[in-house]
Every structure is written in structure tokens, then in C-alpha cells.
Design a protein around this ligand. Structure first.
Ligand code: N01
Length: 549
């Protein structure tokens, strides 16, 4: 077209965003015979694992669990070399999946969706991209990710900084060599904690600027034991099913049977020590039934970890600063590390408390806090993401009725099941807010949503329907239920990205569903079995049938 746009046609479904859910969606919808087109801003597949290439980046869910289940051949043939997958290995795996199932041909890479608008007369979404593509589809599936909008704080002076700066969530593909450099890392969430031990080994000196101490447990990563891999693979289908009967979608941990307060102090110490030695976050949180709902019980686990920190870090003042004291353990994403606390025993590592003395500015040569200036050659922002709502709000999603997602979510996200929203027909989300996604094994969560959406599209097609929309009442009840479930736990006590606390001005609303994977899946299945209860279906006309019919 003369205005620089190009109409690339009409599809049954457009998929926006990257990541593991999105690849499976292409595969699953194609199997229904649907014509799909996906848009991806990067030049390759992988989503989170494409962008987060910082040193030490590794999954905190064990690799035999953190993998696709939809193809038994795939899960049998892939070999995971370590207990927890490293970023390059996970990215290699996702690329393998894209090739094995021939998924790339339906993807427009290097293309960012800027706008999506719904026309209620045609029941069609029209999507516009930064490359000038215009595409229309009956259904739009947002697979934009929950931790895909990196944010760095607005600190005065960054523009004049003479060194280089990086964000962990947008790491250069060619890698960064910190050898001989004075490096500052701002942020001690998962990304900071994973990268700090590796950067410390390279840098001349590493300054860690910590605002809030977080709980971190040892991952105890090891090469994959072949007998463990064999046994796991022999039981894969049963294990995958069992995962849905667990709160976090991860099977293989003994279900706790009693409260931490029913155990003696001695029993608790043994239990926590065993979990500390075993490594892993789920295992630790499964020590007792009530660590995430009873503050007194939680205190026992939190204090155990603080003792471990004090026993590991030699300088008492540094140890004290590293001991989290503003939230119960597990109410922020529990971090898994390799040698994080040990790293502070190195002579070339300094922990700087920016809670009591906040960063004032970045100078041409470094970074200044109230009473000191640190000379730096490089700054690493490990400052996180506009989580769960950021990516959706970056796209101008609206309808011809004048509704927009930005306005609808102004006070926090509102969804039905984290899958759809009232006022936005035919717009699905994969692991949207108010679903368990980020509080579960993400690939399982993505597969569950994609299967639910695919079954829904099949249901509509079988009945000649072209429109589905969440009812307002159903959405309101789900939002209320989501809040009630969260309020029964300790999660809201933490200033976490789960409540948007890391983004100045973001409404404080608890965003993930924490009622557990089992309860959530049961609800989704029941809704479908009752003919998509809580959704309004319609739009029967010949010309609006799916293209594949
Ligand atoms: O981000 P975060 P992340 N001045 O938001 C600090 C997943 N993930 O990228 O707590 C100074 O957790 C902030 O301080 P505070 C995982 O789900 C998974 O590390 O706001 N500091 C905090 O310390 C994880 O939870 C894996 O006071 C500032 C840090 O930056 C999620 O991604 C690996 C600041 C941000 O921590 C996000 O993790 C990596 C400011 N103005 C990530 N603003 C695995 O699978 C922010 N901070 C292992």
C-alpha cells in the first residue's frame, strides 16, 4: 500500500508475543486446521529465554519438569544435562521444538504488534505492527508474557554515564566480558542473585547496590544423574498428570502433613536442614502445610534461612544486611542460587545498602549515594519488569465500542480466569493475570491454557459460532475470588512484583491466582463442561465462519 502498510490477510487466529506458550499454540491450533499467524519482536523463538541471557541465568524449576508434555516423543528424546536448565540449554530446547514441529513458517520475526482493534460488526480483530503489517483474525491470542517488559529506574544522570550499562532482561546476545572492570549491580531479585556470583568472578571489583534483601536458597545444581532421568522418563505421563494435582503444578515432592507449629524446634531444624541440603524452593516450602498462610509458622522457616545466611557470610554487618526482614519467606518469588551468599566473602565484592542511603545520581564516572561515590566501568540493572500487565498495556488494545485495556486495567487487571475479559470478545490470554501462571510451572500453565483455548475454538466451530466474550458478572466474581484467595495467604504482606510494588505508581493489586493449580484447572474444566459458563457465545453467520471451514 502507498502508506507503507501491507495487508497480510485474514487468519483464524493471530498470536501475539513470544515464549513457550506461543509455540505450543501454533502447533495446537494448526492441528485443528486453523490458519494462524504469530508476531514476535525478537529475531528468534524463546521469549524469556531469548531475552534473559545474563550470566548465571538458569531456571528455578527442575528441567525434567520445566519442559513440554504435549509430545511424548519429544520428552523422551530430549536430554537435559543438568538438574536445572541453563538459559542457553533451554533456548536450544525451544529452538529444537520450533524445528521439530516446523513452527517457524507461521511466525513474523522482528515484528512488534503496536495495536489491536476489535470490530463488533465483523467479529474480527485487526492487528497492526511496527513493520506496517495489517492482519485480521477472528481470534487474537495474547501470549505476551508476564515478565517481558524490562524496567530500569529513572535515576538522574544515566545519559551522562561514561561506562556501559545493561539490563538483565535485555542482555546483549554477544555476551559481556567484565574482566578487570569495576561493576555495579543494582537489584537483588532472582536476576541479580543469579548473576552476582558469576560477575564477581570476572570483575576487578563488584559493588552490589541492595535496596531490599531477599530470601535465596541453594539450588544444588548437579549434572543430571542418568538413573534419575531414566526413572523420570519411564513415568512421564503419570508425573505430568500428577503435576495438576499439586498447588504449583510440580510433582515429585512429598505432600506436607502438618503445621510447622505442630513440630518441635528440633524436628523443624532437621526438616529445614534436610531441605536446605537437598536444594530447591518448592521442596522447602513443602516442609509444612502452612508456611504460606500462617505468619508464626513462616517465621520459623524465615529465621532458619537468616541463620544460614549469618553462618555463611563472614562479615557480620554484611550478613545482617543480607538477612531479609520485611516479608515472610516465599511471599516474594523464592530465589534459587549457586554460591550467592558465599560471594560476599570475596575481597572484591562490596554490598552497599541503598535502603538507608538511596542512590542520588549516576555520574559520568559512577554512582553516588548520600555519603559516597562509587567509581564504575559498568552498571547492571537487575531491576525487574513491569510484571503481568506491562506487555498487554504496551499494545494499544481497544474495541470499536470505545473500550481499551489500558483504561480497563487502570486500577489493576480484571479478567475471567486470566483467559478473557468482559468487553473484549475473541481476545484470549495465555497465563494472563488472575491465573496461576507465574505461581506454577510455567510450561504446564501455558499448555493448559492453550489446550483450553483450542478446545473452546473447536466447540465454537462445531456449532458455527464465531464469538465468545466473558460476562461481566463472571469476571467480577473471579476478580473477587482471586482477591479473597490471596487475602487468606501471607502473599499480600510482601512488596513484590506480584502486587506491582516494584513499579512506582502501579496500583497495588495482587495479580496471580494463588488458589493452586488443582483448584484452578478444576474450575476451567467445569466452565468448559458447562458449555463455557460465564461466557456469552454467538455470531452465527456463513460468511464469518473460520477460514478453514
Ligand atoms: O526482578 P525483581 P528480577 N532502586 O523485581 C530492585 C523471574 N525470574 O528480574 O525489592 C534500587 O524480582 C528491587 O528492589 P526492591 C522470577 O519470577 C526467574 O530479579 O524493589 N533497587 C529488587 O531487588 C523473578 O521473581 C528466574 O526494593 C531497585 C530488584 O531490583 C522475576 O523474574 C530468573 C529499584 C528487582 O527484582 C523478576 O526477577 C530471573 C530502584 N529504583 C528472573 N527498582 C529463574 O527462573 C528495583 N530495584 C531463576
Amino acid at each position: 500500500m502507498s502508506d507503507g502498510t501491507s495487508d497480510i490477510g485474514t487468519f483464524d487466529a493471530i498470536i501475539v508475543g513470544a515464549g513457550v506458550g506461543w509455540l505450543y499454540a501454533i502447533h495446537r491450533l494448526r492441528k485443528l486446521g486453523l490458519k494462524v499467524r504469530a508476531f514476535e519482536s525478537g529475531d528468534g523463538v524463546g521469549g524469556t529465554w531469548y531475552w534473559n541471557r545474563y550470566p548465571g541465568c538458569r531456571c528455578d524449576v527442575e528441567s525434567l519438569e520445566y519442559s513440554y508434555s504435549f509430545s511424548d516423543d519429544l520428552q523422551q528424546e530430549w536430554h537435559w544435562p543438568e538438574r536445572y536448565g541453563r538459559q542457553p540449554e533451554i533456548l536450544r530446547y525451544i529452538n529444537h521444538v520450533a524445528d521439530r514441529f516446523d513452527l517457524r513458517s507461521d511466525i513474523e520475526f522482528n515484528t512488534r504488534v503496536k495495536e489491536a482493534v476489535f470490530d463488533s460488526k465483523t467479529n474480527l480483530w485487526t492487528v497492526k505492527t511496527d513493520k506496517g503489517h495489517i492482519a485480521t483474525a477472528h481470534f487474537c491470542i495474547m501470549a505476551t508474557g508476564n515478565l517481558s517488559t524490562p524496567r530500569k529506574p529513572n535515576i538522574a544522570g544515566l545519559d551522562c554515564f561514561g561506562g556501559k550499562w545493561y539490563h538483565t532482561g535485555l542482555w546483549p546476545h554477544e555476551g559481556v566480558d567484565f574482566t578487570g572492570l569495576r561493576v555495579g549491580v543494582i537489584g537483588t531479585g532472582s536476576s541479580g542473585v543469579q548473576s552476582i556470583p558469576i560477575i564477581a568472578k570476572q570483575a576487578k571489583h563488584l559493588y552490589v547496590f541492595q535496596r531490599t534483601a531477599n530470601f535465596s536458597l541453594p539450588a544444588r545444581n548437579v549434572p543430571m544423574p542418568s538413573d534419575k532421568e531414566r526413572a523420570h522418563k519411564a513415568e512421564y505421563p503419570a508425573r505430568r498428570r500428577a503435576a495438576f494435582d499439586t498447588p504449583f503444578g510440580i510433582a515429585g515432592y512429598p505432600t506436607p502433613v502438618k503445621s510447622a507449629l505442630e513440630a518441635t524446634e528440633e524436628e523443624r531444624r532437621h526438616a529445614y536442614e534436610a531441605k536446605w541440603a537437598e536444594g530447591g524452593s518448592i521442596s522447602f516450602l513443602y516442609s509444612y502445610t502452612d508456611l504460606l498462610v500462617n505468619k508464626e509458622s513462616n517465621d520459623t522457616a524465615s529465621e532458619f534461612v537468616r541463620q544460614q545466611i549469618r553462618a555463611t557470610v563472614k562479615d557480620p554487618r554484611t550478613a545482617d544486611l543480607l538477612c531479609p526482614n520485611d516479608h515472610p519467606i516465599g511471599t516474594k518469588r523464592l530465589i534459587l542460587d549457586t554460591d550467592y551468599y558465599e560471594t560476599y566473602n570475596r575481597d572484591n565484592v562490596t554490598l552497599v545498602d541503598i535502603r538507608s542511603k538511596p542512590i542520588q545520581e549516576i555520574t559520568p564516572t559512577g554512582l553516588r549515594i548520600a555519603d559516597a561515590e562509587y567509581v564504575l566501568d559498568a552498571i547492571v540493572f537487575a531491576t525487574g519488569f513491569d510484571a503481568m500487565t506491562g506487555a498487554m498495556k504496551e499494545i494499544d488494545i481497544h474495541t470499536d465500542a470505545g473500550l481499551s485495556i489500558r483504561a480497563k486495567w487502570e486500577g489493576g487487571p480484571r479478567t475471567y480466569l486470566g483467559i478473557m475479559m468482559a468487553g473484549f470478545p475473541n481476545l484470549f490470554m495465555i497465563t494472563g493475570p488472575q491465573s496461576p501462571g507465574v505461581k506454577s510451572q510455567m510450561i504446564l500453565a501455558c499448555e493448559q491454557h492453550v489446550d483450553w483455548i483450542a478446545d473452546c475454538l473447536q466447540y465454537l466451530r462445531d456449532r458455527g459460532l464465531t464469538r465468545i466474550e466473558a460476562e461481566q458478572d463472571a469476571e467480577d466474581s473471579w476478580v473477587q475470588h482471586n482477591n479473597e484467595v490471596a487475602d487468606r495467604t501471607l502473599y499480600p504482606l510482601a512488596n513484590s512484583w506480584y502486587v506491582g510494588a516494584n513499579i512506582p505508581g502501579k496500583p497495588r493489586v495482587f495479580m496471580p491466582y494463588v488458589g493452586g493449580v488443582t483448584a484452578y484447572k478444576k474450575k476451567c474444566d467445569e466452565v468448559a463442561a458447562k458449555g463455557y459458563e460465564g461466557f456469552r457465545l454467538g455470531g452465527i453467520t456463513d460468511e464469518r465462519r473460520f477460514a478453514a471451514d
